[in-house]
Design a protein around this ligand. Sequence first.
Ligand code: HGY
Ligand code: MN
Ligand code: MN
Length: 408
Amino acid sequence: MDGLRVNADRLWDSLMELARIGGTPKGGVCRLTLTETDRQGRDTFIHWARDAGLAVRVDGIGNIFARREGADAAAAPVVIGSHLDSQPSGGKFDGAYGVMAGLEVVRTLNDARVTTRVPLEVAAWTNEEGSRYVPTMMGSGVFSGVYALDYALAQQDSDGISVRTALEAIGYAGDAKPHAVGAYFEAHIEQGPVLEATGTTIGVVQGALGQRWFDVVITGQDSHAGPTPMETRRDALLAASRLVLEVNRIATTSPDYARGTVGSMQVKPNSRNVVPGEARMTVDFRNAKDPTLIAMVDELKRRAAAIATECRVTIDLREVVYFAPSEFAPELVASVRSAAGALGYSHRDIVSGAAHDAVYLSRVAPTAMVFVPCKGGISHNEIESAKPEDVAAGCNVLLQAVLARAGT
Ligand code: HGY
Ligand code: MN
Ligand code: MN
């Protein structure tokens, strides 16, 4: 099987075809989870999967499993997956690449009439992005036992629509039960600058940063921008602005790949001549070491308390996501590294700054990821781009690593 190669044009064409669903003017995609465009993306994947002879099942949170039988039908499948949902102004490759690469692995095995020893499944996980609904990686989190199904179904978006309602509205509330997974592989663009900057084709992913997400509500008092003296104001936006600076200071002064982002802020009443009485913002902290991640949050809480006193406001920090740094299965990571080497691709070990469904799958099955470069390291942006030859290279590594695990 060492000579087997994927069909690079077919893979690229599938990615470009899928990118037309929810396509945005600057060449990105908007397929927010459980919306009409997400449904269309799901339907397209299922159509292609069935064309490839796969049996399709959907579970209670809308995760899709497209199954290719193996010689040992009772064996736990090797699953290859990622996600079809995107950020509001996302790119063509984030998530979609991993699902299309899984489909291309199957298509290649079909062309070569290869039967694997254990079954294969191509999976598309619900709501990886965590943009419309928190928590992030919701579908893979339910599948892996991190979140109860009812908890996930009850989550509401900013319009008060529950996951359950949205899932039923697009017809993806399925009944497939959780099943054993023999191993999990995910191909993904790096979403950062390292591979491109070092001229490396394949990232051999060791694991992913831990994350702690907070929803923050800052409450002061609306008051008139003119008569209200500066020293008596209870200005929620001033307090929020100081907290944003603290998030950045903590992240830039902490070790171990520390990251800190405030990605969203709402101000009330949001009127130019009213001192804002309320500000809502998000905090996304990440780190490669759990003790450092915990220390970052402790420092944030200390600084928030001081800012609240100085600005005469209240600051409520509600943690909405927490998962420790994850390490992938050494034996599977080694199979990715040796596949890249055998195929003659430049490769390097790398830690993922982004979380992926693989983070939660690694709790229930040996897991590994394959990274390929993206242009300028830019992702979660409509201009996200990758090269056809890199996309194909990652899929060839995926094919060989999957075959090494699934057997033939
Ligand atoms: O935020 C993340 O790491 C992922 O893109 N959901
Ligand atoms: Mn992704
Ligand atoms: Mn993403």
